[in-house]
Design a protein around this ligand. Structure first.
Ligand SMILES: [Fe+2]
Length: 329
């Protein structure tokens, strides 16, 4: 594989971009929230099907918080202002993630109309939000499913507690009551897990299922000097959540395997309004017996069953955080 080159959105782009975009398939809009330690705001960008940025909204935001991911509903963009902020010392030391826990910084969630305008901010518990599974409008509320870390979080390996004092990420639901102006938080699953995914066709719409990777020693990922997560970040299991029934299924791989983020790939001609989980969960799984990776394909409706396929790759694929499936057009 080779890098083709930077993409400038047909000349409409400048500044920073993001690792986490949200594609609203129905609206034909790609949304992004971008941030930079040099800015006094974050930017919400909307990209049209032709790949042009057609709208940019600047949301004033002080203190340079880490805003790694966001959430999208039919009506709103959900922003996370967390007490983990840019640290010039860590940056000068060359740390790959120069952000540290900041007791002086607020913990808030912002709700910005998709069409632009001003964000409304709501106080949330002082924890670190990390990744969104999905979000949707529910009457006068906004529901966000996400993974969170307990406070404090040592992104740059610095702090009073140090390694080992950091708790594990879990799956939570935040319900933002726009009428009463408050956020109700609940824990959907307290088993350590990260990298939550949904059937991408349902991004911004109500979902039932979610997929996540069991995560063992997450904080270790941020302790390495090169920023590359070690295999022990991950464990040998993937989780499928049925958030309507409040149940889950676990697919367990051999004991020393390490499974990374599961990407949901819909079956051909599947209709998510009929069977949201009609498709496959794909993940790279490190196979220690071969010292190489397998691309493992699970039937999402038979999650604990034998994999549909196991593609033995000739080399180890480092267990990065994220993946995407791009169908052959
Ligand atoms: Fe991420």
């Amino acid at each position: 594989m080779n890098t083709v080159g930077p993409y400038d959105f047909n000349g409409t782009f400048s500044g920073a971009f993001t690792a986490h975009t949200k594609l609203d398939v129905e609206a034909g809009e790609l949304h992004a929230v971008t941030y930079s330690p040099m800015w006094d705001h974050v930017r919400h960008l909307v990209v049209d099907p032709a790949g042009r940025i057609v709208r940019t909204t600047q949301v004033p935001l002080a203190g340079s918080p880490m805003m790694h991911d966001f959430a999208l509903t039919k009506r709103y963009v959900v922003l996370f202002d967390v007490p983990v902020t840019f640290d010039p010392e860590a940056a000068a030391a060359g740390h790959p993630v120069p952000y540290i826990w900041n007791d002086q910084h607020p913990a808030r969630v912002g709700v910005l109309p998709r069409a632009g305008g001003a964000a409304r901010w709501f106080e949330v518990p002082r924890i670190l939000y990390s990744h969104t599974l999905n979000a949707y409008d529910d009457g006068g509320s906004v529901v966000v499913d996400l993974t969170t870390f307990p406070a404090p979080f040592y992104a740059a390996g610095r702090g009073t507690g140090g390694p080992g004092s950091v708790g594990s990420p879990s799956l939570d639901r935040w319900t933002i009551d726009l009428t009463r102006g408050r956020v109700r938080t609940s824990r959907l699953d307290d088993r350590p897990q990260e990298y939550p995914r949904v059937n991408d066709a349902l991004v911004s719409r109500r979902h039932r299922y979610g997929y996540s990777a069991a995560a063992a020693e997450m904080f270790q990922a941020y302790e390495t000097v090169d920023g590359v997560p070690p295999d022990r970040t991950f464990t040998n299991a993937l989780i499928k959540h049925d958030l309507k029934r409040g149940t889950s299924e676990v697919h367990r791989f051999p004991r020393h395997a390490a499974a990374s983020e599961a990407v949901f790939v819909p079956a051909e001609a599947s209709d998510p309004s009929i069977a949201e989980d009609d498709g496959y969960a794909m993940a790279y799984v490190h196979n220690p017996e071969r010292n190489a990776s397998d691309l493992v394909i699970l039937a999402a409706q038979d999650f604990t069953g034998k994999p549909v396929a196991r593609v033995h790759l000739p080399a180890r694929v480092p267990l990065g955080f994220h993946g995407s499936w791009v169908p052959d057009a």
